[in-house]
Design a protein around this ligand. Structure first.
Ligand SMILES: [Zn+2]
Length: 189
């Protein structure tokens, strides 16, 4: 096992220790997805297990077995009530502008655990206790919500190992903004 692989396992275990349910995802090998489909539309982002909703886990032994079997697997974290958090996915310049505008309108500062992604960032918020549907581009273009029944691709370095670099900022979750998928439509353009 390479040091990088062991970091992924460590990160998955750390996420689980926070009570977040994790799943192993396919990864990219060069320009190919490890699923073997050369036309994969979700390269490196879809689950390696069949029934991720049922088999997502916080169990150390299962997580170790997954990342021993697939050392390069990307890490998925299930969002929603069971994990106790929801994620706002801000993508690209468009998403950044829209999210800043929404925050300004609602006088809200996203001082919460945040992971940088390929094109943007994931803001992690405490689950509000009422159902949070998943949405894509409902809040605004480039702003998606991963709530109950969703998952996100997490950094391969854990929060403890990563701060203040390697993709994570802040350490704790604040409450979800009022820019949820239902309330925010009126504030869209
Ligand atoms: Zn694939």
């Amino acid at each position: 096992m390479s040091p990088t692989d062991s970091n992924a396992m460590k990160a998955a275990l750390e996420y689980a220790s926070r009570g977040w349910y994790v799943i192993p995802l396919h990864s990219n090998e060069g320009s190919n997805c490890t699923c073997g489909n050369s036309k994969c539309k979700s390269a490196g982002k879809h689950p390696r297990i069949n029934d991720w909703r049922k088999d997502a886990t916080t169990e150390t032994s299962i997580i170790k077995a997954w990342w021993t079997r697939w050392p390069s697997a990307n890490i998925g974290i299930v969002t929603g009530r069971d994990s106790g958090m929801v994620v706002v996915d801000v993508d690209g310049d468009e998403g950044d502008a829209a999210f800043r505008r929404l925050c300004a309108e609602q006088n809200f500062m996203p001082e919460t655990l945040t992971a940088t992604t390929g094109r943007g960032r994931h803001h992690y918020f405490a689950h509000p206790g009422v159902e949070v549907p998943n949405s894509a581009r409902t809040v605004a273009d480039g702003v998606d919500v991963r709530g109950d029944g969703g998952y996100i691709v997490a950094p391969l370095r854990g929060i403890g190992a990563a701060l203040p670099t390697h993709g994570w900022q802040k350490t704790s979750l604040c409450s979800r903004p009022r820019t949820g998928s239902s309330g925010a439509r009126a504030t869209g353009k």
